[in-house]
Design a protein around this ligand. Structure first.
Ligand code: SF4
Length: 378
């Protein structure tokens, strides 16, 4: 059973230097055929659909699809499942791949939320990251989104960039606040194996900030954005009241979702939950959907222990935290009977706070979240 849809579009005009996602530059024919493959997959898997509360087109660069292709996909989803009237329908957009006309087309196609991959307002960093757009193109894309009718726009920013200072990061945050989006996702740069950044930085890029400076950047974002009226509702996410990401909130609350497309992942609410992925290359994916034999890669049926661990480390990401009575209702056992003194010990170390019904990360706990989460693994 699922009530959310994720649609992965595995194409980008050019690979960014830090990117570990599955994406390749597309051939024209691949972009043309891809929606039909998605729709075929939907037909294969739609039987487990409940009323759809959110749809998220991510990538890759889903804004490389034409508005009419998105309209076709959304029309087919509506034919196969019930889409709730207030469903959040997000499109990730690269500022280098949209303009006023395409954004109007996306709005008319039924997209009601845009997530712009701005990453930085400084052209030197954009160049260093290998992004295809300038800071001015990002600002223009934001203005175009507003003119196209989008009243729910999220922007992504990255901190801890090579050579970045705290002062420069402050300037990035002030630029973002001036733009006045409804939502921001803020990540520290992580260098993943297999990316160009794992081996060397191009000329003009300097060493990465150390952990202390990264922590200061995280705290500065918290300070400036909350002062500007944003809720820091998840470790990496901020929203104006009423604009939390409905789709991503579903991930953190363990709602079921179906991932369509190359390398997309799914989580179905069946027992304690089933996770699986799609083939990570177009050829295998195409073969799977056209023959009706789409393999579930790495299928994992969760045990109660797995589900409890997920409940903890996904729930703790949220400022709302883990609701203790809800945990007990879900699993028939109290948190203490499962994890003993783990939570109390983390409270003593200043990483969690606990009241009668809620367990939440402290700000220090957010900075050391992976260490906290590891205490709840089975
Ligand atoms: S646009 Fe996003 S998905 Fe595409 S290469 Fe850059 S970081 Fe990766």
């Amino acid at each position: 059973m699922f009530n959310r849809l994720y649609v992965h579009v595995p194409f980008c005009i050019k690979k960014c230097r830090y990117c570990a996602f599955i994406s390749t530059p597309p051939q024209i024919e691949e972009l043309q055929e891809y929606p039909a493959l998605l729709l075929r997959e939907l037909q294969l898997r739609a039987s487990a659909a409940g009323p759809i509360a959110s749809i998220y087109f991510g990538g890759g660069t889903p804004s490389l699809l034409q508005p009419q292709q998105l309209a076709q996909i959304l029309g087919e989803i509506a034919a196969q499942a019930v889409i709730q009237i207030d469903a959040e329908i997000t499109l990730e957009a690269n500022p280098g791949s949209v303009d006023r006309i395409s954004l109007s087309g996306f709005h008319n196609a039924g997209i009601n939320r845009i997530s712009l991959g701005i990453q930085s307002f400084d052209d030197r960093f954009l160049e260093c990251l290998g992004r295809i757009h300038t800071a001015e193109q990002s600002r223009q894309a934001f203005r175009d989104a507003r003119e196209a009718g989008f009243n729910n726009v999220s922007i992504d920013l990255i901190h801890s960039l090579p050579g970045q200072s705290l002062l420069q990061w402050r300037s990035e945050l002030l630029h973002a606040i001036k733009l006045a989006p409804e939502h921001l996702s803020i990540y520290g740069l992580t260098v993943e194996e297999g990316t160009p950044f794992a081996h060397s930085y191009p000329a003009g890029c300097h060493e990465l900030p150390d952990d202390d400076l990264s922590a200061d950047m995280f705290e500065l974002a918290d300070e400036l954005l909350t002062a500007a009226g944003f809720e820091h509702y998840e470790i990496a996410n901020y929203a104006r009241p009423g604009y939390r990401s409905e789709h991503n909130s579903g991930y953190w609350k363990r709602d079921g979702y179906l991932g369509l497309g190359v390398a997309a992942h799914s989580f179905l609410r069946d027992g304690y939950g089933v996770r699986f992925g799609n083939p990570d290359n177009l050829e295998d994916y195409r073969r799977g959907v056209t023959t009706g034999q789409l393999e579930r890669i790495g299928e994992q049926r969760l045990t109660q222990g797995d589900a409890m661990a997920e409940y903890m480390f996904l729930g703790l990401r949220l400022a709302d935290g883990v609701n203790l009575p809800a945990f007990e209702r879900e699993f028939g056992r109290s948190l203490e009977s499962v994890y003993g003194s783990t939570a109390a010990d983390l409270v003593k170390f200043g990483l969690l706070t606990q009241n009668e019904s809620l367990l939440t990360l402290t700000r220090r706990g957010m900075l050391l979240s992976n260490q906290v989460f590891s205490k709840f693994l089975p």
